[in-house]
Structures are given as structure tokens and as C-alpha cells.
Ligand binder design. Structure first.
Ligand SMILES: [Zn+2]
Length: 69
């Protein structure tokens, strides 16, 4: 278990799997799964319950959060 890499659960309803991937690999991991397993269809996705949380974190990271100006 690594503390310095935030991992995000990617859920695939068709495969009935949940895979934790590092946030930095997230787009590639989702696309790779869908390309290889589902012929490019958008099936696997980030756990919806996590999306908002990750979006918040990412926004803070990038500095797009509320306290500009
Ligand atoms: Zn799948």
C-alpha cells in the first residue's frame, strides 16, 4: 500500500470487477480496459461515488478552486 499515490476504484458492470488504479494512470487504465475488453465501448468507469471527491481533489491540486482573486 502506497500513501503517495491516490488510487481510484474503476468499476466495470459488464466484467463485474472493481480495479483500483493510480489517479495518474486513470484515463489510460479506463481506456485500455474498454479497448481491450469492450471493443472501445465506454463501459468501465470511475466509481460514481468517488468522482465528485476526486474532482474536488483535482481542482485543489490544479488551483482552480474557489479562492482565486
Ligand atoms: Zn469490463
Amino acid at each position: 500500500m502506497t500513501d503517495n499515490a491516490l488510487e481510484v476504484p474503476v468499476v466495470c458492470d459488464v466484467c463485474d470487477t472493481t480495479t483500483r488504479v493510480p489517479l495518474s494512470d486513470l484515463p489510460e487504465a479506463v481506456q485500455r480496459h474498454n479497448d481491450q475488453q469492450h471493443d472501445g465501448d465506454d463501459i468501465a468507469q470511475v466509481d460514481p461515488e468517488i468522482v465528485q471527491h476526486v474532482t474536488d481533489l483535482a481542482a485543489k491540486d490544479i488551483g482552480v478552486a474557489e479562492d482565486e482573486a
